[in-house]
Design a protein around this ligand. Structure first.
Ligand code: NAD
Ligand code: GLY
Length: 356
Protein backbone atom coordinates (compact mmCIF):
# COMPACT_ATOMS: atom_id res chain seq x y z
CA UNK A 1 0.00 0.00 0.00
CA UNK A 2 1.33 3.45 -0.92
CA UNK A 3 0.16 6.35 1.22
CA UNK A 4 0.48 10.05 0.42
CA UNK A 5 -0.54 12.82 2.82
CA UNK A 6 -1.97 16.21 1.89
CA UNK A 7 -0.62 18.27 4.72
CA UNK A 8 -3.09 21.01 5.73
CA UNK A 9 -2.97 21.08 9.53
CA UNK A 10 -6.22 19.83 11.05
CA UNK A 11 -7.62 19.30 7.53
CA UNK A 12 -4.79 16.96 6.46
CA UNK A 13 -5.90 13.76 4.74
CA UNK A 14 -4.40 10.57 3.34
CA UNK A 15 -4.53 9.18 -0.17
CA UNK A 16 -4.28 5.39 -0.19
CA UNK A 17 -3.08 3.71 -3.40
CA UNK A 18 -3.27 -0.05 -3.87
CA UNK A 19 -4.21 -2.54 -6.57
CA UNK A 20 -7.47 -4.22 -5.56
CA UNK A 21 -8.22 -1.71 -2.80
CA UNK A 22 -11.83 -1.21 -3.92
CA UNK A 23 -13.05 -4.50 -2.46
CA UNK A 24 -11.86 -3.36 1.00
CA UNK A 25 -12.97 0.27 0.73
CA UNK A 26 -15.47 -0.10 3.62
CA UNK A 27 -12.73 -1.11 6.01
CA UNK A 28 -10.48 1.82 4.94
CA UNK A 29 -13.41 4.21 5.19
CA UNK A 30 -14.23 3.02 8.70
CA UNK A 31 -10.57 3.21 9.79
CA UNK A 32 -10.08 6.79 8.55
CA UNK A 33 -13.54 8.38 8.73
CA UNK A 34 -15.27 6.43 11.46
CA UNK A 35 -18.80 5.10 11.61
CA UNK A 36 -21.36 7.18 9.75
CA UNK A 37 -24.16 6.91 7.25
CA UNK A 38 -22.69 7.09 3.73
CA UNK A 39 -24.31 8.45 0.55
CA UNK A 40 -22.52 6.96 -2.49
CA UNK A 41 -22.77 9.03 -5.67
CA UNK A 42 -21.77 7.52 -9.00
CA UNK A 43 -22.58 7.55 -12.73
CA UNK A 44 -24.29 5.20 -15.16
CA UNK A 45 -21.03 3.80 -16.61
CA UNK A 46 -19.30 3.22 -13.29
CA UNK A 47 -22.33 1.82 -11.42
CA UNK A 48 -22.63 -1.51 -13.30
CA UNK A 49 -18.85 -2.04 -12.96
CA UNK A 50 -18.12 -1.11 -9.35
CA UNK A 51 -21.11 0.06 -7.31
CA UNK A 52 -22.08 -3.35 -5.87
CA UNK A 53 -18.50 -4.02 -4.83
CA UNK A 54 -18.36 -0.69 -2.96
CA UNK A 55 -21.78 -1.07 -1.31
CA UNK A 56 -21.01 -4.65 -0.24
CA UNK A 57 -17.71 -3.59 1.26
CA UNK A 58 -19.32 -0.68 3.15
CA UNK A 59 -22.06 -2.97 4.48
CA UNK A 60 -19.52 -5.64 5.48
CA UNK A 61 -17.76 -2.94 7.51
CA UNK A 62 -21.05 -2.27 9.33
CA UNK A 63 -21.74 1.07 7.61
CA UNK A 64 -25.26 1.99 6.58
CA UNK A 65 -25.35 3.34 3.03
CA UNK A 66 -27.54 4.56 0.21
CA UNK A 67 -26.62 5.27 -3.42
CA UNK A 68 -27.63 7.36 -6.39
CA UNK A 69 -26.66 6.86 -10.04
CA UNK A 70 -26.51 9.92 -12.33
CA UNK A 71 -26.09 9.93 -16.12
CA UNK A 72 -22.42 9.68 -17.24
CA UNK A 73 -20.83 12.74 -18.86
CA UNK A 74 -19.95 16.41 -18.36
CA UNK A 75 -23.63 17.51 -18.66
CA UNK A 76 -24.23 15.94 -15.23
CA UNK A 77 -21.99 18.56 -13.57
CA UNK A 78 -24.92 20.98 -13.53
CA UNK A 79 -27.28 22.81 -11.17
CA UNK A 80 -30.19 20.44 -11.92
CA UNK A 81 -28.18 17.35 -10.87
CA UNK A 82 -26.96 19.23 -7.79
CA UNK A 83 -30.61 19.83 -6.80
CA UNK A 84 -31.27 16.13 -7.41
CA UNK A 85 -28.48 15.29 -4.96
CA UNK A 86 -29.85 17.68 -2.31
CA UNK A 87 -33.27 15.98 -2.67
CA UNK A 88 -31.59 12.58 -2.32
CA UNK A 89 -29.70 13.70 0.82
CA UNK A 90 -32.94 15.02 2.30
CA UNK A 91 -34.88 11.85 1.48
CA UNK A 92 -32.21 9.68 3.15
CA UNK A 93 -31.75 11.95 6.15
CA UNK A 94 -28.08 12.76 5.45
CA UNK A 95 -27.01 14.95 8.38
CA UNK A 96 -23.90 16.90 9.38
CA UNK A 97 -22.29 13.79 10.92
CA UNK A 98 -22.79 11.68 7.78
CA UNK A 99 -20.57 11.51 4.71
CA UNK A 100 -20.54 11.32 0.92
CA UNK A 101 -18.52 9.00 -1.32
CA UNK A 102 -17.80 10.20 -4.87
CA UNK A 103 -17.29 7.03 -6.94
CA UNK A 104 -16.34 7.99 -10.49
CA UNK A 105 -14.32 10.33 -12.67
CA UNK A 106 -13.79 14.07 -12.36
CA UNK A 107 -17.42 14.86 -13.17
CA UNK A 108 -18.79 12.87 -10.21
CA UNK A 109 -15.89 13.99 -7.99
CA UNK A 110 -16.50 17.70 -8.71
CA UNK A 111 -20.30 17.48 -8.42
CA UNK A 112 -20.46 15.21 -5.34
CA UNK A 113 -17.67 17.24 -3.72
CA UNK A 114 -19.60 20.47 -4.30
CA UNK A 115 -22.79 18.89 -2.94
CA UNK A 116 -20.82 17.82 0.17
CA UNK A 117 -19.28 21.31 0.47
CA UNK A 118 -22.69 22.97 0.53
CA UNK A 119 -25.09 20.45 2.14
CA UNK A 120 -25.80 21.72 5.68
CA UNK A 121 -22.87 24.15 5.23
CA UNK A 122 -20.44 21.33 4.53
CA UNK A 123 -20.17 17.63 5.35
CA UNK A 124 -17.23 15.24 4.99
CA UNK A 125 -16.60 13.27 1.81
CA UNK A 126 -14.34 10.57 0.44
CA UNK A 127 -13.14 10.43 -3.17
CA UNK A 128 -12.90 7.06 -4.92
CA UNK A 129 -11.62 8.18 -8.34
CA UNK A 130 -12.10 5.75 -11.22
CA UNK A 131 -10.48 7.58 -14.17
CA UNK A 132 -6.77 8.23 -14.54
CA UNK A 133 -7.44 11.98 -14.65
CA UNK A 134 -9.43 11.84 -11.43
CA UNK A 135 -6.80 9.69 -9.69
CA UNK A 136 -3.85 11.94 -10.54
CA UNK A 137 -5.59 15.30 -10.51
CA UNK A 138 -9.22 16.08 -9.71
CA UNK A 139 -9.72 13.91 -6.59
CA UNK A 140 -6.86 15.61 -4.75
CA UNK A 141 -6.81 19.25 -3.72
CA UNK A 142 -10.41 20.08 -2.87
CA UNK A 143 -11.45 22.05 -5.97
CA UNK A 144 -15.12 21.18 -6.42
CA UNK A 145 -17.57 22.79 -8.81
CA UNK A 146 -20.47 22.66 -11.22
CA UNK A 147 -20.73 24.14 -14.73
CA UNK A 148 -23.18 26.86 -15.73
CA UNK A 149 -24.50 27.59 -19.24
CA UNK A 150 -22.13 30.62 -19.05
CA UNK A 151 -19.03 28.48 -18.58
CA UNK A 152 -17.27 25.53 -16.97
CA UNK A 153 -16.61 25.38 -13.20
CA UNK A 154 -18.15 28.81 -12.61
CA UNK A 155 -19.75 27.88 -9.28
CA UNK A 156 -17.53 26.05 -6.85
CA UNK A 157 -15.60 25.90 -3.62
CA UNK A 158 -12.43 24.69 -2.01
CA UNK A 159 -13.58 21.77 0.16
CA UNK A 160 -10.94 19.16 0.90
CA UNK A 161 -11.93 15.49 1.05
CA UNK A 162 -11.24 13.57 4.27
CA UNK A 163 -9.93 10.53 2.43
CA UNK A 164 -9.00 9.50 -1.14
CA UNK A 165 -8.98 5.81 -2.11
CA UNK A 166 -7.19 4.97 -5.36
CA UNK A 167 -7.39 1.53 -6.94
CA UNK A 168 -5.29 1.43 -10.15
CA UNK A 169 -7.04 -1.79 -11.25
CA UNK A 170 -10.27 0.08 -12.05
CA UNK A 171 -8.40 1.73 -14.92
CA UNK A 172 -8.50 -1.60 -16.79
CA UNK A 173 -12.07 -0.82 -17.87
CA UNK A 174 -11.42 2.81 -18.83
CA UNK A 175 -12.00 3.56 -22.55
CA UNK A 176 -8.88 4.68 -24.47
CA UNK A 177 -9.94 8.30 -24.98
CA UNK A 178 -10.29 8.81 -21.19
CA UNK A 179 -7.06 6.92 -20.55
CA UNK A 180 -5.34 9.49 -22.85
CA UNK A 181 -6.90 12.38 -20.89
CA UNK A 182 -5.20 11.14 -17.74
CA UNK A 183 -1.92 10.43 -19.53
CA UNK A 184 -1.68 14.08 -20.59
CA UNK A 185 -1.76 15.07 -16.91
CA UNK A 186 0.71 12.32 -15.94
CA UNK A 187 3.26 13.67 -18.47
CA UNK A 188 2.59 17.15 -17.07
CA UNK A 189 3.77 16.11 -13.58
CA UNK A 190 6.94 14.64 -15.10
CA UNK A 191 7.57 17.91 -16.96
CA UNK A 192 6.94 20.39 -14.16
CA UNK A 193 8.08 18.50 -11.10
CA UNK A 194 9.56 15.04 -11.45
CA UNK A 195 12.23 14.02 -13.96
CA UNK A 196 12.36 10.48 -12.48
CA UNK A 197 8.67 10.04 -13.40
CA UNK A 198 9.36 11.37 -16.90
CA UNK A 199 12.20 8.81 -17.35
CA UNK A 200 9.98 6.01 -16.04
CA UNK A 201 7.36 6.94 -18.65
CA UNK A 202 10.02 7.06 -21.40
CA UNK A 203 11.03 3.50 -20.53
CA UNK A 204 7.52 2.01 -20.40
CA UNK A 205 5.74 4.01 -23.13
CA UNK A 206 7.03 2.03 -26.15
CA UNK A 207 5.44 -1.13 -24.69
CA UNK A 208 1.95 0.38 -24.50
CA UNK A 209 -0.86 0.68 -21.96
CA UNK A 210 -0.21 -2.79 -20.53
CA UNK A 211 3.37 -1.84 -19.55
CA UNK A 212 2.16 1.40 -17.97
CA UNK A 213 -0.50 -0.48 -16.00
CA UNK A 214 2.19 -2.76 -14.57
CA UNK A 215 3.85 0.24 -12.90
CA UNK A 216 0.66 2.22 -12.30
CA UNK A 217 0.88 2.14 -8.48
CA UNK A 218 4.29 3.82 -8.73
CA UNK A 219 3.14 6.28 -11.41
CA UNK A 220 0.18 7.27 -9.22
CA UNK A 221 2.38 7.65 -6.16
CA UNK A 222 4.65 10.08 -8.08
CA UNK A 223 1.80 12.14 -9.58
CA UNK A 224 -0.29 12.27 -6.41
CA UNK A 225 2.84 12.97 -4.35
CA UNK A 226 3.56 15.99 -6.58
CA UNK A 227 -0.01 17.26 -6.38
CA UNK A 228 -0.18 16.74 -2.60
CA UNK A 229 3.06 18.69 -2.11
CA UNK A 230 1.87 21.56 -4.32
CA UNK A 231 -1.60 21.73 -2.70
CA UNK A 232 -0.07 21.59 0.79
CA UNK A 233 2.00 24.68 -0.07
CA UNK A 234 -0.64 26.64 -2.01
CA UNK A 235 -4.12 25.32 -1.23
CA UNK A 236 -5.96 28.36 -2.61
CA UNK A 237 -4.17 28.56 -5.96
CA UNK A 238 -2.47 31.92 -5.64
CA UNK A 239 1.05 30.87 -6.68
CA UNK A 240 2.74 27.49 -6.93
CA UNK A 241 -0.53 25.61 -7.67
CA UNK A 242 -0.76 27.52 -10.96
CA UNK A 243 2.14 25.39 -12.24
CA UNK A 244 -0.43 22.59 -12.58
CA UNK A 245 -1.76 24.59 -15.53
CA UNK A 246 1.30 23.82 -17.67
CA UNK A 247 0.06 23.43 -21.26
CA UNK A 248 -3.49 24.40 -20.28
CA UNK A 249 -3.67 27.98 -21.70
CA UNK A 250 -3.48 26.84 -25.31
CA UNK A 251 -5.40 23.64 -24.46
CA UNK A 252 -8.38 25.65 -23.18
CA UNK A 253 -8.28 27.83 -26.31
CA UNK A 254 -8.30 24.72 -28.55
CA UNK A 255 -11.20 23.18 -26.60
CA UNK A 256 -13.15 26.46 -26.74
CA UNK A 257 -12.60 26.88 -30.51
CA UNK A 258 -13.77 23.29 -31.04
CA UNK A 259 -16.79 23.87 -28.72
CA UNK A 260 -15.62 20.95 -26.53
CA UNK A 261 -16.52 18.55 -29.34
CA UNK A 262 -13.11 18.10 -30.95
CA UNK A 263 -9.94 16.95 -29.27
CA UNK A 264 -10.19 15.41 -25.82
CA UNK A 265 -8.82 17.47 -22.90
CA UNK A 266 -5.67 15.32 -22.53
CA UNK A 267 -4.91 15.62 -26.24
CA UNK A 268 -5.33 19.41 -26.10
CA UNK A 269 -3.03 19.56 -23.04
CA UNK A 270 -0.46 17.46 -24.87
CA UNK A 271 -0.46 19.90 -27.79
CA UNK A 272 -0.37 22.84 -25.37
CA UNK A 273 2.66 21.49 -23.48
CA UNK A 274 4.57 20.83 -26.70
CA UNK A 275 3.71 24.24 -28.22
CA UNK A 276 4.72 26.33 -25.22
CA UNK A 277 7.93 24.36 -24.77
CA UNK A 278 8.91 24.87 -28.40
CA UNK A 279 8.35 28.64 -27.95
CA UNK A 280 10.20 28.92 -24.62
CA UNK A 281 13.09 26.81 -25.94
CA UNK A 282 13.36 29.05 -29.02
CA UNK A 283 13.61 32.05 -26.66
CA UNK A 284 16.37 30.36 -24.64
CA UNK A 285 14.17 30.05 -21.51
CA UNK A 286 14.02 26.26 -21.66
CA UNK A 287 17.03 23.95 -21.91
CA UNK A 288 18.08 23.02 -25.47
CA UNK A 289 16.46 19.78 -26.82
CA UNK A 290 13.71 19.64 -24.17
CA UNK A 291 11.03 19.97 -26.88
CA UNK A 292 12.47 16.99 -28.79
CA UNK A 293 12.52 14.86 -25.65
CA UNK A 294 8.93 15.82 -24.79
CA UNK A 295 7.77 15.21 -28.38
CA UNK A 296 9.30 11.69 -28.40
CA UNK A 297 7.46 10.75 -25.20
CA UNK A 298 4.12 12.16 -26.37
CA UNK A 299 4.47 10.23 -29.63
CA UNK A 300 5.33 6.98 -27.81
CA UNK A 301 2.24 7.43 -25.61
CA UNK A 302 0.03 8.03 -28.65
CA UNK A 303 -0.63 11.66 -27.67
CA UNK A 304 -0.72 14.41 -30.31
CA UNK A 305 1.66 17.37 -30.42
CA UNK A 306 0.79 19.14 -33.71
CA UNK A 307 -1.63 22.08 -33.65
CA UNK A 308 -5.07 21.22 -35.06
CA UNK A 309 -6.39 23.07 -38.07
CA UNK A 310 -7.77 26.16 -36.30
CA UNK A 311 -6.90 29.68 -37.56
CA UNK A 312 -4.29 31.35 -35.33
CA UNK A 313 -6.48 34.47 -34.86
CA UNK A 314 -9.28 32.31 -33.41
CA UNK A 315 -6.95 30.67 -30.89
CA UNK A 316 -5.45 34.04 -29.89
CA UNK A 317 -8.97 35.47 -29.46
CA UNK A 318 -10.00 32.51 -27.25
CA UNK A 319 -6.90 33.07 -25.09
CA UNK A 320 -7.70 36.78 -24.87
CA UNK A 321 -11.25 35.93 -23.68
CA UNK A 322 -9.90 33.42 -21.15
CA UNK A 323 -7.58 36.13 -19.85
CA UNK A 324 -10.51 38.57 -19.47
CA UNK A 325 -12.54 35.86 -17.79
CA UNK A 326 -9.94 35.32 -15.09
CA UNK A 327 -9.54 39.10 -14.83
CA UNK A 328 -5.77 38.98 -14.77
CA UNK A 329 -2.65 38.76 -16.84
CA UNK A 330 -1.87 35.41 -18.36
CA UNK A 331 0.24 33.25 -16.07
CA UNK A 332 2.30 31.12 -18.41
CA UNK A 333 4.05 28.02 -17.10
CA UNK A 334 7.37 27.38 -18.82
CA UNK A 335 9.87 24.59 -18.27
CA UNK A 336 13.45 25.29 -17.17
CA UNK A 337 14.16 21.68 -18.16
CA UNK A 338 12.29 18.39 -17.70
CA UNK A 339 11.34 18.23 -14.01
CA UNK A 340 11.43 21.96 -13.27
CA UNK A 341 9.31 24.95 -14.28
CA UNK A 342 8.50 28.54 -13.38
CA UNK A 343 5.59 30.95 -13.79
CA UNK A 344 6.02 33.76 -16.29
CA UNK A 345 3.56 36.62 -16.88
CA UNK A 346 2.88 37.12 -20.56
CA UNK A 347 0.20 38.06 -23.07
CA UNK A 348 -1.45 35.84 -25.68
CA UNK A 349 0.99 37.41 -28.19
CA UNK A 350 3.61 35.06 -26.71
CA UNK A 351 1.99 32.39 -28.90
CA UNK A 352 2.08 34.50 -32.11
CA UNK A 353 5.22 32.79 -33.57
CA UNK A 354 3.24 29.52 -33.66
CA UNK A 355 0.94 31.00 -36.28
CA UNK A 356 3.48 33.02 -38.30
P1 NAD B 1 -15.67 11.76 -16.43
O1 NAD B 1 -15.92 11.84 -14.99
O2 NAD B 1 -16.75 12.21 -17.34
O3 NAD B 1 -15.24 10.27 -16.79
C1 NAD B 1 -14.98 9.95 -18.14
C2 NAD B 1 -15.83 8.79 -18.62
O4 NAD B 1 -15.31 7.57 -18.10
C3 NAD B 1 -17.29 8.83 -18.17
O5 NAD B 1 -18.08 8.35 -19.23
C4 NAD B 1 -17.32 7.84 -17.00
O6 NAD B 1 -18.59 7.28 -16.81
C5 NAD B 1 -16.34 6.82 -17.45
N1 NAD B 1 -15.66 6.06 -16.42
C6 NAD B 1 -15.16 6.51 -15.25
N2 NAD B 1 -14.45 5.57 -14.64
C7 NAD B 1 -14.50 4.47 -15.42
C8 NAD B 1 -13.94 3.17 -15.34
N3 NAD B 1 -13.11 2.82 -14.35
N4 NAD B 1 -14.21 2.29 -16.32
C9 NAD B 1 -15.01 2.65 -17.37
N5 NAD B 1 -15.53 3.87 -17.52
C10 NAD B 1 -15.28 4.77 -16.56
O7 NAD B 1 -14.38 12.61 -16.86
P2 NAD B 1 -12.93 12.82 -16.22
O8 NAD B 1 -12.04 12.97 -17.38
O9 NAD B 1 -12.63 11.83 -15.18
O10 NAD B 1 -13.08 14.23 -15.49
C11 NAD B 1 -13.35 15.42 -16.20
C12 NAD B 1 -13.89 16.45 -15.24
O11 NAD B 1 -12.92 16.68 -14.22
C13 NAD B 1 -14.18 17.79 -15.87
O12 NAD B 1 -15.45 18.22 -15.47
C14 NAD B 1 -13.11 18.72 -15.30
O13 NAD B 1 -13.55 20.04 -15.18
C15 NAD B 1 -12.85 18.07 -13.97
N6 NAD B 1 -11.53 18.36 -13.38
C16 NAD B 1 -11.49 18.80 -12.09
C17 NAD B 1 -10.28 19.06 -11.51
C18 NAD B 1 -10.25 19.50 -10.06
O14 NAD B 1 -9.17 19.86 -9.56
N7 NAD B 1 -11.35 19.46 -9.36
C19 NAD B 1 -9.08 18.88 -12.20
C20 NAD B 1 -9.15 18.41 -13.51
C21 NAD B 1 -10.40 18.16 -14.09
N1 GLY C 1 -6.29 20.84 -11.64
C1 GLY C 1 -5.63 21.98 -11.15
C2 GLY C 1 -5.69 22.16 -9.66
O1 GLY C 1 -6.11 21.31 -8.93
O2 GLY C 1 -5.30 23.20 -9.23
Amino acid sequence: MQQVLVSLGTRSYPILIKNGLLKDCGQYFLEHMGKSKVAVITDSHVAPLYLDQVLNSLQDAGLSCCSVVLPAGEKTKCAECLMELYAFFSEHGISRTDAVIALGGGVIGDLAGFAAATWMRGIRYCQIPTTLLAQVDSSVGGKVAIDLPQGKNLVGAFHQPSLVLCDPEVLNTLPDEFWCDGLGEVVKYGCIHDEALFSMLEEAAPYGRHALMKIMETILEHCIGAKAEIVSMDELDTGLRMTLNFGHTLAHAIETCQHYEGLHHGQAVSIGMYAITSLSEAKGITQFQTTDRLGRLLKALGLPWALPDIPGEQLMYAMQLDKKHTGSILHMIVLDHIGSCHIMDASPEFFAPLFA
